[in-house]
Design a protein around this ligand. Structure first.
Ligand SMILES: *Cc1c(COP(=O)(O)O)cnc(C)c1O
Length: 364
């Protein structure tokens, strides 16, 4: 039987049907309807943050954030991320400047980031990778010292906390993705969390064609609203989220026990309660990683080289100044060795044992 790297968590069909029933009474399908108003309130509670503005997906939420902040110039960021982070920066007319990552958690190294600050720097955009957090205290310090806002790509960090503080309350603002493959999803979707009410106002305008009122269009905005069917899926999924994360944790620990000594896992972070969004393991070299990937595929086990290649190796950025994978050797080394293994709440223990046996069969 085929095992994919992930499988979307879904409510019982009846529960979703019940949730969307009222939409047939109201005929109100998008534009800030009752479901998205309810989901916004539930998320602000669950994520323990003052404001969560909903979007049709995480990527457009990030683009809207960069635009609503009125940024110009350079954004210091990491090459060890999904295409979205860098593409958002570039598509908003900004220049990404890449710093290397910390080997222990694969997040942007604050010292490397600090060394890249110039008078052109308008923001720092680190990524909380795999459900682990960035070195947020150091970034807070750097932000204050230089007066540069830190905004997080928190696409992987739904529900993650450090010493009781939510990832959604860190930095000036954070983007969460609610894509079907994420820990919490609305099929497609996302949000921006922030403590700045004025920014929320600008995000709402940006999300809705730049329209601020019936006869007022101050901005050249896009369309990035979440619709009511997405929000209804979110309301259902939020009811199961704690159970889903607990199931992920148990499976994660089983993998650790089964593969201990054979591959490297990232160490736990002090004070951090993770959401176990992904299961990255690191092999001794790229050849071994690729061999495991190929062999598992032949056994119908589909893993992912996530994140490989680095963003700085993408064809679309080839030859562009500043896009040099050799400038971030730790990221290049991690990208060459990583494989993310299947992890989702209804993966069975037998599945994990089968996957681990297949890996042992290749490298033991
Ligand atoms: C999923 C993801 C995004 C994009 O989110 P979408 O909701 O799919 O648009 C951005 N950054 C990272 C790191 C992601 O994993």
């Amino acid at each position: 039987m085929r095992i994919n790297v992930t499988r979307s968590s879904m409510p019982a069909m009846d529960e979703y049907m019940e949730e969307i029933r009222s939409l047939w009474d109201s005929h109100w399908l998008t534009n800030n309807g009752e479901k998205s108003i309810a989901l916004k309130a539930e998320l602000e509670k669950y994520l323990d943050c003052p404001h969560a503005e909903l979007f049709c997906n995480g990527h457009l939420a990030l683009e809207a954030l960069l635009r609503a902040m009125g940024l110009h110039g350079e954004v210091i960021t990491t090459p060890f991320t999904f295409a979205s982070t860098t593409h958002a920066i570039v598509r908003c007319g900004l220049t990404p400047v890449f710093g290397d990552i910390c080997p222990g958690d694969c997040t942007l190294d604050p010292d490397k980031a600090e060394a890249l600050i110039t008078d052109k720097t308008c923001a720092i955009l680190p990524v909380h990778v795999y459900g682990r957090l960035c070195h947020v205290e150091r970034f807070e310090e750097i932000s204050r010292k230089y007066g540069v806002p830190v905004i997080y790509d928190a696409a992987h960090a739904f529900g993650v906390t450090k010493n009781g503080v939510s990832a959604a309350a860190m930095g000036y603002a954070s983007m969460f993705s609610f894509h079907a493959t994420k820990v919490f999803h609305t099929i497609e979707g996302g949000c921006i969390t922030t403590g700045d009410a004025d920014l929320c106002q600008r995000l709402c305008v940006e999300r809705n064609f730049g329209i601020a009122g019936e006869e007022s269009t101050p901005g050249v905005g896009g369309n990035a609203k979440m619709n009511e069917f997405q929000a209804a899926m979110g309301l259902c999924n939020l009811r199961r989220i704690d159970g889903d994360i607990a199931a992920r944790k148990l499976l994660y620990e089983l993998y650790e026990a089964e593969l201990s000594g054979l591959v490297d896992f990232l160490p736990q972070q002090e004070g951090v309660v993770s959401n176990y969004a992904y299961l990255p393991v690191f092999f001794s070299n790229q050849a071994q990683r690729d061999q495991v990937y190929d062999q598992l595929k032949q056994q119908q086990i589909f893993t992912r080289k996530y994140f490989y290649p680095l963003v700085t190796q993408f064809e679309c950025y080839q030859g562009k100044p500043g896009f040099d994978p050799a400038a971030t050797p730790v990221a290049a080394q991690r990208a060459a060795a990583v494989l993310t293994l299947p992890l989702y709440p209804d993966l069975t223990e037998e599945d994990v044992q089968r996957i681990c046996a297949a890996i042992r069969g290749v490298i033991a």
